[in-house]
Ligand binder design. Structure first.
Ligand SMILES: C[S@@+](CC[C@H](N)C(=O)[O-])C[C@H]1O[C@@H](n2cnc3c(N)ncnc32)[C@H](O)[C@@H]1O
Length: 303
């Protein structure tokens, strides 16, 4: 059983179901592209299982991608910066959180963001209409201990550094570069919150634009997987993807998910996965070739 590192909690993280998503990877992937990467749980898991040699992580959230740069390129310095903040938060961690949040909003720095992510309520990143980070701290917790944080950061850096492209642009600028040998994994923002234009910065994703982009990807025979339309307690959140895209729809029974917890529910969440026609064809070809899939068992390190 592999121990998969993960450096920060993040709302909507797929670390809990990454093992099911990896089962739909073709046996040979040139580059795994995650245009909505967030905490990059699927890429990290794929890296741990050596399912691809190259990665491309992208997220519209620029400070988040600056944090990713530090994780991959200067993990020790980042871990040191986090440790300093973590130690300084005693004895008034409540006030200290607001101080760091103000500093981050004035001059965003990756170790500040890491500290905020480690302390905020349910890893749920929130920005004001002015683009200011405005989520509050979970004052029952201190955030991940520095020693554990260092292990997570170094673990991720070992898996992904030197083979990962990072960018902070709209997902469409990334997916147009995808080739037939690549695999694109897309986990767009939760529709219930995000398919609106209320939030200026990180949720500006319109349903029609998303569907149009998928159509273009189909025309180019791009292999992709989408996490979309979660259901909790039989309720579907958001609009379904249209039939005309000819996607294969699978349900993952994910247990009691972070989304359900976030919404205050206690029932099982069913996560939808959609596979593109080109990916289904690629996987069918592998079955015809009687290629055996590796058995995948994952275990994530505890925060
Ligand atoms: C559900 S989260 C992804 C979570 C990720 N799968 C993980 O494991 O942590 C969606 C992400 O999409 C990003 N995002 C929103 N709109 C975007 C856009 N138009 N292009 C690229 N990224 C976008 C958000 O900043 C957010 O981090």
């Amino acid at each position: 059983m592999l121990n998969i590192p993960h450096p920060f909690p993040y709302q909507g993280s797929k670390r809990g179901i990454a093992q099911y998503i990896l089962l739909h990877f073709p046996s040979s992937v040139r580059c795994l592209i995650e245009p909505f990467c967030g905490s990059g749980a699927v890429s990290i898991a794929a890296g741990a299982h050596r399912l691809t040699k190259q990665f491309w992580l992208n997220d519209l959230n620029q400070p988040l991608m600056e944090l990713w740069t530090e994780i991959l390129e200067r993990p020790n310095e980042l871990a040191g910066g986090y440790e300093k903040l973590w130690n300084e938060q005693h004895p008034n961690k409540k006030e200290f959180f607001f101080q760091i949040r103000d500093e981050f909003n004035a001059t965003p720095q990756p170790h500040h963001l890491l500290y905020l992510l480690a302390r905020i309520v349910k890893g749920s990143v929130r920005y004001s209409a002015e683009g200011k980070f405005n989520q509050s701290a979970d004052n029952r917790r201190w955030g991940m201990r520095p020693k554990t944080m260092r292990q997570q950061i170094l673990g991720v850096s070992t898996l992904l550094a030197g083979k990962t492209t990072l960018s902070a642009v709209d997902f469409r600028m990334v997916v147009v570069k995808a080739d037939k040998d690549d695999l694109v994994y897309m986990d767009p923002p939760y529709q219930g919150i995000s398919f609106t234009r209320d939030h200026r910065y990180y949720n500006g994703l319109a349903y029609d634009e998303f569907v149009d982009t998928l159509q273009i990807m189909n025309e180019k025979d791009v292999s992709y997987i989408i996490s979309y339309d979660g259901q909790t307690g039989g309720k579907t959140h958001g609009k379904l993807l249209p039939h005309r895209l000819s996607l294969k729809h699978l349900n993952i029974h994910a247990g009691r998910s972070s989304q359900a917890t976030l919404l205050g529910y206690n029932h099982e969440t069913v996560e939808s996965l959609y596979l593109s026609p080109a990916l289904v064809e690629r996987l069918n070809g592998e079955e015809r070739g009687l290629e055996k899939k590796p058995q995948i068992q994952l275990e994530f390190a505890c925060v």
